[in-house]
Every structure is written in structure tokens, then in C-alpha cells.
Write a new protein. Structure first.
Length: 462
């Protein structure tokens, strides 16, 4: 699908307005979010963010040989990593701008519209398709290396790679081994039905006010994983229409709803938690589906004597070990950059094994390549091992610009089902109508592109 500059501008303005209207909690890049209840910035990370105002201080001292935009903790980590690149390229000064979490995507789209984007930027996986559609970034030749296959697949559009995976994350089970042992099990089940039986067994031994599972209703990742493992996708006809009313998704939603109906999980949001890590350590919850940032949070907020209380395991699936979603961020190069050879060199440098390990040390972000996992501090870490194994069984989401909005629509729908008691059939049919409305512009663009292809084909035949 090709967009002309004239047709792309209205679409760009519409997306920018929509992002600004939804704000930081409703539309942020996957892999660079989790401000609410999941990836909070604390401790050493908060100290890094506190230096954001100085992120481009060096730009005033010498002209920028390369402009790089990144977000939050990763931007501050880049500030500590670029000296190595500058030493390898004498005379080059890299300016890193730290974008605010609340406006990162809108800033990038505005810069593209103004014709003044950076040379390189960190872009969340879900935002990549928008930049590809607008022809704002250039294809990249895959960097030679052992990237996780799913991480590369996220960057692939029309047979070409438009980004280089920088870091990845996924979701696994965090659990309390001692509680599971008391319920009569040695390890988490490998199937959803087996896991449901474990949750029911754990519920029987817990005290009043304690629950087998924490699944905050304002976090949609658990439902997304359940849907991801179903055989039928949630969008149909080339991602033109919603398919949430399919029997497949309804079965996943029914399983999710029953977790609350059976009082296996409390009907709360993450904002109602006092302290997730302390509450889980004392046994308020036995299971929690979350991402790699919580490895560092558990280690930071629990004393050394409590570190053996928790463990991680890959997710179960319908018939055995199941797939999980894949998130992360990619490094992209903008088409309007006049320093593309240097930008390519910068991207290659940042995904070297040593730099991937360094990024993990600074931020806790998981390497997108297999190589760094063979060396400390990742190698030998039993709690990180579950993430390493899960990354072999992950699936990318639909690569369309509207995906973030669709997932937040799914979250709101699930709240209506769990809290409001709305029947599953009515809720999913209503969501399909909303999704079809959100995808109307996509259908129109694809329709126009198809008509142009037919017109060109007819002209050639004549």
C-alpha cells in the first residue's frame, strides 16, 4: 500500500489528534509503557529519569553528529552508552533527547509532519506500523545476529525489515512455590485447565482476604494472552474487521470471567494495591502474570530473606506450554535523515551483545538476541530463565496502527463483563462494532490502494 504525501498528511493529523486526545494512560507504546501498576519508575531508575532535563545538555557544547530520540529510562541509559560509540567514531557527537512518556508518539509524528525528525529513534512495537504506513522510516538490512525470531517478525512489513529489535519483553507467571506446595503441587501446571485446578486448590488453603491470583481488571495482558492462544484471531479479513464475537474469543473471555466469578481473583485495579511485592510475599496472592520489570521490583522491595518466596514459570496453554505476547522497542532510522550511514552504524553498535547486556544492567530490559543470555548477569539467573524459555514461544500482535486502541477497547469491554455483568455475547458484539468503526479509515485506504492497482493492471493490458 502506497500513500502519497497529500493523502498521508490528513491521516497523520488524525492519528496525532487521537493520541493527544487519549493521553498517556490510554495510548502509549507497547514496550515503553507500564506507568500504572506495572512498570513504575523507582529507586535507581527514578534517579535516571531525574536527569532527563540534562539529556541533551551536550548538544549545546558541540554540534550533533547524530540525533537520537528515546523515552524515559532507556534514554538515560543511552546517555551512558553513547561514549563507547563516539570513541569508535572519533569526531562524532551523539545527542540523545529524552521524550516524555505522555507525548513520545505525538512528538515523533509531529516531527515527521514538520519534516524534522531525528536520525534514529526508539519506537515501541505497536507504533512501528504507523511510521511504516507514512513512509517515515527506511527499511533496514537485518543486522547479522541471533535475534529471537518473533522480535524480527514484528519489524517485518511487506517482506522488508523496518526496524532493528533493541529489547524485548513478554509475560510469565510469578508465583509463590511454598503456597503451591501446600496445595499439593510441585510446580505450575502446563495447561490452563490444570492451572485452574491449582488455583481452586490454593483457594481452599488461603485465609479470608487472600486470593490465588492477582489479575487487575485495568490490565488486559492476561486476557490478551488467552486470546492469543486461541486458534482464531481477533481480527478478520486482513485485519479489516473485528472478530471478537467469534466462539474462540468468547471461550477465552468466559475463562477469564470465571476467574473472578469463582473468587479466584479479586475485582480490583492496580491502584487499589498497597504494595504489590510486599502483599504477594505475605501471601495475599499466589499467582500474578507480569513482565520482566517486576524481577527488579521484587528484588528491590523485598529484603534478602524473602527472595526465595517467589519464583517465575512460563505460561500454560490450551494443550501444553502456551504462547505469550511479545513487546519491546525497536531502533528505527528516518527517511529524512541526512546521516543514514552513521545511523546504521549506531543501530548496529547498540544491538551488539555487549551493549545488549549493558542495557539490561542499566534498565532491566531483556536482550532481543540469544547471545547475551549466555553470559552473566543473565546466565544462571533462575528467575530470568522463565523469560528466556517463554521468548521461544511468543506471538506478535496485529501490526496495524489501530492495535493500541483496539486493545484498550478490549480492556474496557472486559471490565463491563467482569464488574458490570454484561453478557459475553452482547459485550463482544458491541466491541466488534466499535472496532469496525475504528478500522473504517484502514478499509478505505486499502480499498483505494486496490483500485489503483487494478487501474494500473488494466492500463498495462490495454
Amino acid at each position: 500500500m502506497q500513500l502519497t504525501a497529500q493523502s498521508a498528511v490528513p491521516l497523520l493529523k488524525a492519528w496525532t489528534a487521537a493520541i493527544t486526545r487519549r493521553g498517556r494512560t490510554d495510548f502509549t507504546a507497547r514496550g515503553v509503557r507500564h506507568l500504572s501498576g506495572t512498570r513504575r519508575l523507582r529507586g535507581a531508575q527514578a534517579a535516571l529519569v531525574a536527569t532527563a532535563a540534562l539529556a541533551c545538555a551536550g548538544c549545546a557544547r558541540s554540534p550533533c553528529g547524530l540525533n537520537v530520540w528515546a523515552v524515559g529510562v532507556e534514554a538515560n541509559a543511552l546517555q551512558r552508552m553513547v561514549p563507547g560509540f563516539e570513541q569508535r567514531h572519533p569526531g562524532t557527537h551523539v545527542c540523545v533527547e529524552n521524550l516524555a512518556w505522555s507525548s513520545a508518539q505525538a512528538r515523533l509524528l509531529s516531527a515527521v509532519a514538520a519534516g524534522d525528525p531525528p536520525d534514529v529513534a526508539q519506537v515501541g512495537d505497536t507504533d512501528l506500523s504507523t511510521l511504516v504506513t507514512l513512509h517515515a522510516i527506511i527499511p533496514q538490512r537485518p543486522v547479522a545476529g541471533d535475534f529471537f525470531k518473533a522480535a524480527l517478525d514484528v519489524t517485518r512489513f511487506h517482506g522488508r525489515y523496518y526496524g532493528t529489535p533493541w529489547y524485548v519483553d513478554t509475560r510469565v507467571l510469578f508465583y509463590l512455590p511454598a503456597v503451591l506446595h501446600r496445595a499439593g503441587y510441585r510446580r505450575p501446571a502446563r495447561t490452563w485447565n490444570g492451572w485452574l485446578k491449582q488455583l481452586q486448590a490454593v483457594r481452599r488453603i488461603l485465609k479470608p482476604g487472600q486470593y490465588p491470583l492477582l489479575a487487575p481488571i485495568n490490565e488486559y495482558e492476561l486476557l490478551e494472552v488467552l486470546a492469543l492462544q486461541e486458534p482464531v484471531p481477533v481480527l478478520r479479513d486482513g485485519d479489516r474487521y473485528g472478530n471478537f464475537a467469534s466462539p474462540s474469543f468468547r471461550a477465552a473471555l468466559a475463562f477469564y470471567r470465571n476467574l473472578f466469578r469463582q473468587r479466584l481473583a479479586p475485582r480490583i485495579t492496580d491502584r487499589q494495591l498497597i504494595n504489590l511485592w510486599w502483599q504477594m510475599a505475605r501471601g495475599d496472592f499466589a499467582f500474578y502474570v507480569s513482565g520482566p520489570w517486576n524481577i527488579g521490583e521484587f528484588r528491590r522491595f523485598l529484603p534478602p530473606r524473602d527472595q526465595d518466596l517467589w519464583m517465575t514459570a512460563p505460561l500454560p496453554g490450551p494443550q501444553g506450554p502456551g504462547a505469550s505476547l511479545i513487546d519491546g522497542s525497536d531502533l528505527v532510522i528516518f527517511a529524512q535523515s541526512h546521516r543514514q550511514p552513521l545511523a546504521r552504524a549506531f543501530v548496529r553498535y547498540m544491538v551488539e551483545n555487549r551493549q545488549q547486556a549493558r542495557l539490561f544492567e542499566l534498565t532491566g530490559d531483556l536482550p532481543a538476541r540469544h547471545g547475551p543470555w549466555a553470559f552473566p548477569p543473565l546466565a544462571g539467573d533462575r528467575k530470568l530463565n522463565a523469560f528466556r524459555r517463554q521468548l521461544e514461544r511468543v506471538q506478535p500482535f496485529q501490526k496495524i496502527p489501530e492495535w493500541g486502541e483496539i486493545m484498550h477497547g478490549m480492556r474496557r469491554m472486559s471490565e463491563q463483563v467482569v464488574i458490570g455483568g454484561v453478557p459475553i455475547r452482547a459485550a463482544t458484539e458491541q466491541l466488534d462494532r466499535r472496532v469496525n468503526y475504528w478500522l473504517a479509515a484502514r478499509r478505505q485506504i486499502l480499498r483505494e490502494a486496490q483500485q489503483k492497482r487494478r487501474a494500473r493492471t488494466g492500463a498495462k493490458r490495454r
